[in-house]
Structures are given as structure tokens and as C-alpha cells.
Design a protein around this ligand. Sequence first.
Ligand code: TYC
Length: 116
Amino acid sequence: MPEETPPTPKPPAVPPREPDGVVVAERKAAKTKPPALYQVVMLNDDYTPMEFVVMVLQRYFHRDIDTATHIMLLIHHDGRGVCGVYPKDVAATKVELVLTAARREGHPLQCIMEAA
Ligand code: TYC
């Protein structure tokens, strides 16, 4: 006589209980999102010296001299350029540091952050 397949057991409709009556809470996977990113954008002007912009890109955005010069020339020609992309608080701090350094030297350099 052919063997019958036993019916598949259904999952319990209530939370499982340990033998001592303790209810086992089911843990949901943590819903963590990667941080929102912001680009720090530097704007061109007619007065800030090129050397100062290159120095800023090296000091605050960790660009080597060639990359810093390239980004500076890009801003000079296009009117704006991205210095780097960071989480919100890091981007805000960099904008603050750049503006503080520029004003200390009397330059009108503008730097903003935008959602990436
Ligand atoms: N245009 C400036 C000059 O000719 C140089 C400059 C580059 C200024 C980039 C700002 O974000 C800037 N001296």
C-alpha cells in the first residue's frame, strides 16, 4: 500500500511559548538607513586668489595638489564645483571651516552644501 505524505504543519498563530510559559518575542531586523549624503560646492568669484582655493581643497578636502588645482580651475571656468560628498554633519562642518578661513583672510569665497 502507498505511503501517504503527512500534512505540512502550520506555523503557530500565537507567539511561541517556552515550556515555562514565557512568551518569546520575535526580533525584527533593525531598519537602519545609510546616512543622507550632501555635496559641498564651492562657487567662483573674481577676488579670491586661486592659490587660496587650492590650499582650501588640500587642507579641508584632502585633495592632492594636482586634483586641487583641477577642481579650482573647474570652478573658475564653470562657476561652481563639487569639493566632496559627505554625511550632513561632516558637510556642514566643512562649509563652516572653509567660510571661517576665507573671512579670516578677507576673501569673499562662497561654499554651500546641497543634497547629493
Ligand atoms: N576666479 C578666481 C580668480 O580668478 C579664482 C577662484 C576659483 C575663486 C575658485 C573662487 O571657488 C573659487 N582669482
